[in-house]
Write a protein that binds this ligand. Structure first.
Ligand code: ZN
Length: 503
């Protein structure tokens, strides 16, 4: 290896180590830390993150990137070193554009705003949160101004989560989704309701956890490079590709939430475990974007985990673990219950068919806030109007309406769209996999998940951040990000169920 590249790699590795240490502390904070450890943890985290940032945004790194760029061009390694330099440079250019004083002011504002949001939500009082959110929106608009003018100011925010994706592209995708999705949900609303009363009897947490472990072991979760624990909100985190941790929770009265949540986080974990070793401790480790990451969690949770072939194999096993709850419930009844569609107020509890409408509402509102076409004062009213239009529901209070999500209080503008992009991309990958592997469903019916995981590893996981999300989708499917496969999947699946058939 040449000098510049070597320097770039060694500096990146140190930065990655510091970030991994911070990630591990954050994991500990959410899994094991006693309440009063919060201050010590906060201090340690701030120090580690600051040192990592200083090291990365240093003149030394800038020089290493420039030297490495010249070296990489002549290497004849298929462009591998060039991609490493390009992605590192992209992160570097972003890191040096935002002044340290702004970063500190912003961190302080977010911490105050999150606290205010927690209290406002508990009291369902939007006016208590309003000044904090106004400050966050103003800071976000200042943040945008640190970057060269974009086609749309929201592009800059989107880029932090979905590199290179434009507001216009997101709008076009959502436009294509909106009418067909609203229509589908109206049609389903007219269908007879599904009996899912057997899910509202007591289930034992330990037995459900054991079943979930059986399922994700079959999916291919590598327990020698990962673990599972409990936390208040489920999440996945990678302390590098060889230490990938997922968490789960038990929700009283929703026995399957643990199972589907575990499948979801496993989708994220399988992606991280699949990144090739040469990307470890460099800018190329981790996932290509939040949308691509979410495509992996949704694929295992919904396209595999809520499918008929999966349950043809696993339902008798679930029944064996819960004979008193499920012995009188047929596979068809169970399948209908786990795929029940019902417009609801809360995004995180929404089903597969209504979920995107919750996301669209939020994305439209946050684009308008950043554009300045609406103000924070207008939010509750605009929120309720959107809920009526998309889902036919009016939130009874702010806690079950505009105050329900933590994202805006945390300054996460540009994040919501990635949930829907994940659903859309997952369906594109699913269809492509069936084209190259027509035995897809037959394999799942006999518990053979290896061909799917190996295909995902080869086509997607191993590359880490080498390609931009839209490039990656194009390389794998030959298409841009296209909502049609997703809409057809929903229309076919729910069309069959409405016609009284399962497949
Ligand atoms: Zn996720």
């Amino acid at each position: 290896m040449t000098n510049g590249l070597q320097k770039l790699r060694s500096l990146s590795a140190e930065v990655a180590d510091l970030r991994h240490a911070a990630d591990l502390l954050e994991w500990d904070e959410r899994v094991y830390m006693p309440d009063r450890g919060a201050t010590t943890h906060g201090e340690m985290l701030a120090t580690l993150r600051r040192i990592a940032h200083e090291k990365f945004a240093s003149a030394e790194m800038g020089d290493a990137i420039e030297t490495a760029r010249a070296e990489a061009a002549g290497l004849g390694d298929g462009g591998a070193a060039e991609r490493l330099v390009e992605v590192t440079a992209r992160d570097y250019d972003k890191a040096i554009k935002v002044p340290a004083a702004f970063v500190a002011e912003y961190a302080e504002a977010v911490s105050a705003s999150q606290q205010a949001w927690g209290q406002a939500r508990a009291q369902s009082d939007f006016s208590a949160f309003k000044p904090f959110l106004e400050r966050i929106v103003a800071l976000k608009r200042r943040y945008v101004a640190f970057f060269p003018p974009a086609e749309h100011p929201y592009d800059v925010l989107l880029d932090d989560f979905e590199p290179s994706m434009k507001t216009a592209e997101v709008r076009a995708i959502f436009e294509a989704l909106r009418s067909r999705q609203v229509e589908l949900i109206r049609a389903l609303g007219a269908a007879p309701s599904t009996d899912d009363s057997f899910l509202r009897v007591p289930y034992a947490e330990a037995d459900m956890l054991a079943f979930a472990v059986e399922v994700i072991t079959a999916f291919g979760f590598d327990w020698s490079r990962g673990r599972q624990d409990k936390s208040l909100h489920p999440f996945a985190t990678a302390i590098g590709a060889d230490d990938v941790r997922i968490t789960t929770r038990w929700v009283e009265g929703m026995p399957l939430s643990l199972l589907f949540g575990t499948m979801h986080e496993t989708g994220h974990a399988l992606y991280e475990q699949g990144v090739k070793p040469e990307h470890h401790r460099s800018a190329l480790e981790g996932g290509a974007s939040l949308g691509i990451h979410e495509s992996q969690s949704r694929l295992w949770e919904n396209l595999v985990g809520r499918s008929l072939p999966f349950w043809q194999l696993f339902y008798p096993r679930l029944q064996a673990r819960f004979p008193s709850q499920l012995s009188g419930v047929s596979l068809e009844q169970f399948y209908r219950a786990i795929n029940k569609v019902q417009p609801s107020l809360i995004r995180v509890e929404a089903d597969e068919a209504t979920y995107n409408l919750h996301v669209m509402l939020r994305v439209e509102l946050e684009i308008a806030l950043i554009e300045g076409t609406i103000s924070v004062t207008d939010l509750p009213e605009r929120w309720n109007a959107g809920m009526r239009e998309y889902l036919g529901l009016t939130p009874p209070d702010a806690a079950r309406g505009v105050l329900q999500d933590i994202h805006w209080s945390a300054g996460l503008f540009g994040y919501f769209a990635t949930y829907t992009l994940g659903n859309v991309i997952a369906a594109q990958l699913w269809r492509r996999f069936e084209e190259v592997h027509p035995e897809r469903d037959a394999d799942i019916r006999r518990g053979e998940f290896r061909p799917l995981l190996e295909w995902l590893r080869r086509e997607l996981h191993q590359h880490g951040r080498e390609y931009r999300p839209t490039q990656l989708v194009h390389r794998i499917t030959g298409s841009s990000v296209d909502p049609d496969p997703y809409l057809r999947y929903l229309e076919e699946k729910y069309g069959r169920m409405a016609a009284g058939r399962l497949n």
